[in-house]
Write a protein that binds this ligand. Sequence first.
Ligand code: ATP
Length: 322
Amino acid sequence: MKKIGLITSGGDAPGMNACIRAIVRTARAEDIEVVGFYRGYEGLINNDSVMLTKSSVSNIIQRGGTILKTARSARFQTPEGLQQAIAVIQQHQLDGFIVIGGDGSFRGAAELAKNSGIKVIGCPGTIDNDLVGTDFTIGYDTAINTVTEAIDKLRDTAESHDRIFVVEVMGRDAGLIALRSAIAGGAEAILIPERTGDLERLLEKKKNWRKSKKSKIIIVAEREEHGGAVEIGKILKKEWPDLDIRVTVLGHIQRGGSPTCMERVNASLIGYYAVKALQQNRTNEMVGIVNKMVRYTPFQDAVKHLVEMNPEMIKILEVLSM
Ligand code: ATP
């Protein structure tokens, strides 16, 4: 193997830079050249590229975002766009390709592998932690730490004013950021997209709330059934007119920031094993880490279904928050 290509694709996630660094350093140690393409599949189609060297990835392990930038590319999903991407890969004479991204990016990676014949490996890069075949995705740990820190700050002001805060967190169809940060932040309730009836449960639960603790934090995943924290806030203000209810949407702050120690280490391992996978002639697979061991999962299985939420964790949150 002499030369490989690399993109970051879909939503950005802290730790992507650590993964890029690991891929480049591992490849260069084996004398493999690495071509990076800017802005995901869009940059591949446009041949917007850069030769990545050991020194070009210096001093990035601690930085959020991605030095290769990222984008969503509608053109790549057309037959013409895919053919153009394959032509660029052939022009560069690439022997392998690595995609750091989420489920959409891996659907694209599977198309690339099928139609180009090139070996393609994926590194799970999304704050949502919604891929099958890995205990965590790059970005998730930093995002939940960011949310936990925000909850702590909101709790200070909520406690001072005896307020209820309805806090919206990211996660699209997955409530994992909501659940994990709710446990860490001592939140009183969560509303998540994986199940219905959370609002009714919350209204019922209020009857048993401890009177001594006036501040409440309610974590709402962005795509729960009523459409998010703003809508939930409106409903609660009607239901509980005597209470002081505030809504905070954390938004893109959850995507930024310096990656946590755990994130950097995991992203580094994943990047290292992605290069090793290509060297072992693996293709059409995502690198994951399960129970501290590397695991390769075919793209179609990694994106197949929603990662199941452990019902025991929801129960634990309920018990601990009463
Ligand atoms: P995140 O989970 O952070 O949103 P993602 O990788 O799921 O990341 P998407 O926007 O879903 O982000 O996908 C990224 C890109 O992958 C798309 O812009 C598109 O170019 C490509 N892609 C997505 N789905 C497909 C598909 N079914 N076939 C080919 N390419 C796809």
